[in-house]
Design a binder for this molecule. Structure first.
Ligand code: SF4
Ligand code: SF4
Length: 77
């Protein structure tokens, strides 16, 4: 399980989440930031740091946001 950065981050990319993460698993991609699902410890600390509520629990992903987990996995592959 992991947290996933979704649509609102695209083109927002404010970056507040990066310094909050205790395991340093959030990296900047071309159009959004990504959480490495293999490193994320599910602490949830980044959720409140995001001003556009882009970060969600993997288990709470809506159908239209499910592709963002695959996008993150591809980014770190
Ligand atoms: S804080 Fe939110 S909008 Fe900013 S980079 Fe992180 S996920 Fe994206
Ligand atoms: S849930 Fe915790 S470990 Fe996972 S990305 Fe957010 S701050 Fe980092």
């Amino acid at each position: 399980m992991a947290y996933v950065i979704t649509q609102p981050c695209v083109n927002e990319k404010s970056g507040e989440c990066v310094s909050i993460c205790p395991v340093d698993c959030i990296e900047e991609g071309e159009d959004q930031f990504f959480i490495d699902p293999n490193v994320c410890i599910d602490c949830g600390a980044c959720v409140a740091a995001c001003p556009v509520e882009a970060i969600v629990d993997e288990n709470d992903l809506t159908p239209e946001n499910e592709s963002f987990l695959e996008k993150a996995e591809s980014f770190f592959a």
